[in-house]
Design a protein around this ligand. Structure first.
Ligand SMILES: Nc1ncnc2c1ncn2[C@@H]1O[C@H](COP(=O)(O)OP(=O)(O)OP(=O)(O)O)[C@@H](O)[C@H]1O
Ligand SMILES: [Mg+2]
Length: 293
């Protein structure tokens, strides 16, 4: 299976992935996913040569519709594919320049990389605080340091502090999403892979959650790779975006240029309304898709 060259927001381009902030000299690459192929159950080819770069301190969005391969990409990075009978069969994944495909999820957590899974996954019978504390299990730096992180999580998520002794099952969807992110932060990560944080949440709550993500990124220097169907929201908070379709990156670019890109507007931002798209735009998109196929 041939790997596909990713395009840029301004149109298809062959050659290596451009990625965010390359050549600016400031950002170093934290995560480098290079041409990975993922197969489930030995036969189902889902990722067909996905490449992406996440710079240290960035927020990168991985966008695409149902079944595009977003979750699979995150699982490949955090080595959670085996439980799904999936495997990376080609390509490489590097964290700070070191190959990580052979590291277990808990070894990756120790190296500062953690995933918040799709669908929140709080322990329903535990209180919010006990849920948060489960996130500290890999830490070896003692109770005082853990207590300090807990206070920090509460400072970023005041709602969790209010609800600290409530059973997670009785908290709202937004609070559970915050709890899932807070629990990941208890591991003191440098990088969080966040899978579909907006799922099932009201727009104001999504804004609140993304606002906190942005805050954590700016103040705590946490790097995020954010998988989202909610392109509109994700591109408002991310610096850079990759669009996945059917297991391939079909476009990538600065968040701002993707937001302004006509094809992205039409196909992912749902902009149509009074300002109807011309056929030419649709045709250029189809041409591009054919070129990439
Ligand atoms: N455990 C699995 N076994 C077999 N196929 C799978 C498995 N998990 C996912 N797939 C398939 O892989 C493809 C990509 O799925 P994935 O969950 O990565 O997409 P996604 O972009 O996260 O979609 P969504 O936005 O719906 O979460 C889909 O066609 C899906 O059916
Ligand atoms: Mg998914």
């Amino acid at each position: 299976m041939a790997t596909t060259a990713p395009s840029t927001a301004s149109g298809p381009a062959s050659g290596p992935v451009q990625g965010p902030s390359r050549g600016e000299g400031s950002a170093t690459t934290l995560l480098n996913v290079n041409g990975i192929e993922v197969i489930y159950n030995h036969v189902i080819l889902v990722l067909k040569g996905v490449s992406l770069v996440v710079p240290e301190g960035g927020i990168v969005a991985l966008l695409g519709g149902n079944g595009a391969g977003k979750t699979t990409t995150l699982r490949a990075v955090s080595n959670l594919l085996a439980g799904e009978r999936g495997a990376v069969t080609k390509g490489s994944i590097e964290l700070r320049g070191e190959r990580i495909e052979a590291l277990s999820p808990s070894e990756l957590v120790k190296r500062g990389l953690i995933q918040v899974m799709e669908g929140r996954h709080c322990f329903a019978h535990l209180t919010i605080e006990d849920n948060l504390m489960t996130g500290a299990y890999t830490r070896t730096d003692g109770k005082a340091a853990i207590a300090e992180t807990l206070e920090k999580v509460y400072a970023y998520f005041p709602r969790l502090k209010t609800r600290r002794s409530s059973q997670a099952a009785y908290t709202s969807g937004g609070e559970q999403q915050m709890c899932a992110i807070g629990r990941a932060l208890m591991a003191n990560p440098n990088m969080v892979l966040l899978d579909e944080p907006s799922m099932g949440l009201a727009p104001q709550i999504v804004d609140e959650v993304f606002g906190i993500v942005k805050d954590l990124n700016e103040k705590e220097k946490v790097t995020f790779l954010l998988a989202e169907q909610n392109t509109n929201m994700a591109l408002r908070y991310a610096d850079y975006g990759y669009i996945l379709e059917n297991g391939r990156i079909v476009m990538d670019g600065e968040a701002k240029s993707l937001r302004e890109n006509e094809d992205v507007k039409e196909f992912y931002l749902g902009v149509g309304g009074g300002d109807r798209k011309s056929f030419r735009d649709v045709k250029s998109y189809k041409r591009r898709k054919r070129w990439l196929a």
